[in-house]
Design a protein around this ligand. Structure first.
Ligand SMILES: NC(=O)C1=CN([C@@H]2O[C@H](COP(=O)(O)OP(=O)(O)OC[C@H]3O[C@@H](n4cnc5c(N)ncnc54)[C@H](OP(=O)(O)O)[C@@H]3O)[C@@H](O)[C@H]2O)[C@H](O)CC1
Ligand code: K
Length: 503
């Protein structure tokens, strides 16, 4: 699913009006009826609805929803915010349509002193500002938003929580944004919904399709997309009857150190559960028996060091390489990493301390082999790319870094972002808080190594890997819950995740 900017949404809106064609007031009616249906489904017994209306089309939607709810015997109070002399023309039409309606009272809010009391079981509908917000809230709008946030009412925001910019909130006033329980976004999610610091404003969000014109949805370009099963499935390469293990590649996994052999085992097992033909796990000497016992399917290459990574085997036979899970960033490991980066001619995954080493030695960034995939979590990302004060800025830096260094950069978290060398950014919807657990990242590294070894290109391997990893975690959480979930469970549910992905 594409994620468009507010400006693009307005363009798509206009195109739909011209080319469907449909009158703008009728498009507003269609959009509002989707909101109405959702509210009636969520709160089926008529309740008190308090609807706050701004000067633009978002307010127009709120007025149409008010009429529909009143006709359904909900008790509706409409509050018109007096913050502008202008009112959008379709909003004006919808205002005239609610005059003298049964179950519906209209009030003008000229000062915070007229603010109604909001009860815990009220439904507050936030139709103050939508995608046309052009600056942070101030004055009366700000005061009303604060009063809504101070209440315990059920807050439903139409299209976007009022006060939240659709993309860039880096200079916004974070105290002037509605904290919705539910946000009902028309046709597409907004980029801002995917950033962790906005979760408290957006609440649970849903996309309500309003049949905007497919022609422009298809042709309009955006760097941002949210992954879905159909898209990820379309990237899979079929397996053929006469394929053999050589077809699916031989990968090298450099991982483990004293006290961290578990990371090597998790990454190895995940790799083998993701379709790799052959796997060699390069580990420090102390891990030999552990690895041979825990993962009989892998071949083992032993480092001269008992406890850390200091060398690597001949690379000729490997189709892809992963380095990082459980290695340490000791001086000798750093030296071995420099040599490795010089020699590698195949795609490579870098995780954990491999990323930290590059963060500490930035000159290495300019000497990376083609087709690298980096899989940092937030702290590792900051060491590699730099700090940023908010997620939008961080995402811009992520996209820029991927382009500048021609690599795939995966920032792990809720809605893991995968930025590709040509500038696009995919957000992953699978996964759950149960996966925020030790070893989860090692599993992802193993999966991506496996896919690279099978011949998937770097960004495709990252996309499939991230989606599959989250899907396995989701399937595991259905049976096991989220608190008890471990990284081993994610591996154990990879078979089911593959089946579900390919269904
Ligand atoms: N997506 C679709 O296809 C559809 C969307 N619909 C709804 O339309 C809104 C977007 O409507 P729009 O009128 O463009 O924008 P808003 O309702 O958000 O409000 C714009 C007005 O608010 C003023 N404004 C903006 N920021 C502030 C502020 N901080 N303080 C005070 N006033 C502000 C703005 O004034 P300007 O000075 O900036 O010009 C405008 O007057 C979308 O969100 C959906 O809800 C359609 O109904 C269906 C199709
Ligand atoms: K709103």
């Amino acid at each position: 699913m594409k994620v468009f900017s507010a400006e693009q949404i307005s363009k798509i809106d206009t195109f739909t009006i011209e080319h469907e064609p449909i009158a703008s007031i009728d498009l507003m009616e269609r959009a509002s009826s989707k909101i109405y249906n959702w509210i009636v489904g969520k709160f089926p017994s008529p309740q008190n609805c308090k609807i706050f209306i701004g000067p633009g089309n978002n307010g127009g939607d709120g007025l149409a929803v008010a009429r529909m709810l009143a006709e359904k015997n909900y008790s509706v109070e409409v509050f018109l915010l007096k913050i502008s002399d202008k009112i959008a023309s379709d909003a004006q039409v919808n205002l005239s349509r609610i005059q003298n309606k049964k179950n519906l009272d209209i009030y003008e809010l000229t000062s915070i002193d007229n603010m109604p009391w909001l009860f815990p079981d009220d439904i507050v509908i936030d139709a103050v500002f939508g995608s046309g917000l052009s600056r942070p809230l101030s004055g009366l709008a700000l005061e009303i938003v604060n009063a809504i946030n101070a209440s315990e009412a059920n807050v439903v925001s139409i299209d976007v929580p009022s006060g939240l910019m659709c993309e860039d909130n880096s200079t916004n006033n974070t105290r002037g944004i509605v904290q919705a329980d539910y946000t009902l976004s028309f046709q597409f999610p907004k980029l801002a919904f995917l950033f962790p610091e906005n979760a408290k404003y957006v609440g649970e969000w849903e996309v309500l399709p309003i049949d905007l014109h497919q022609e422009i949805i298809k042709s309009e370009l955006t760097p941002y997309k949210i992954l879905n099963r159909e898209f990820v499935k379309s990237l899979l390469m079929p397996r053929k009857k006469f394929d053999h293990k050589g077809t699916y590649g031989h990968g090298l996994l450099i991982s483990g150190s004293y006290g961290k052999m578990g990371a090597a085992i998790l990454a190895s097992r995940a790799s083998l559960r993701s379709g790799i033909g052959l796997l060699t796990s390069h580990i420090p000497r102390l891990g030999y028996q552990i690895m041979q016992t825990a993962v009989p399917e892998t071949m083992v290459s032993i480092d001269r060091s008992d406890i850390i990574f200091t060398e690597f085997p001949n690379l000729d036979q490997f189709k892809a390489i992963a380095i990082g899970p459980g290695i340490d960033k000791k001086q000798n490991s750093y030296k071995a990493m420099i040599d490795l980066l010089k020699e590698v001619k195949v795609p490579m995954v870098l995780d954990a301390d491999a990323i930290n080493i590059i963060g500490e030695h930035p000159e290495l960034k300019d000497d990376l082999p083609m087709g690298c995939v980096f899989t940092p979590h937030m702290k590792e990302f900051e060491r590699l790319v730099g700090k940023s004060k908010d997620s939008y800025t961080r995402n811009c830096m992520q996209r820029e870094f991927a382009k500048e260094h021609q690599l795939t950069l995966v920032l792990k978290g809720a809605y893991t972002a995968i930025c590709c060398p040509e500038g696009s950014c995919y957000f992953n919807p699978t996964g759950n808080p149960g996966m925020a657990t030790a070893g989860s990242g090692d599993v992802l590294t193993g999966i991506i190594l496996s896919l690279l070894s099978q011949g998937y290109s770097s960004h495709v391997a990252a996309i499939i890997g991230v989606y599959l990893h989250g899907l396995a975690g989701d399937l595991a959480s259905v049976d096991l819950g989220i608190e008890a979930l471990t990284a081993s469970d994610i591996i154990d549910y990879l078979p089911k995740a593959w089946l579900k992905l390919k269904k």
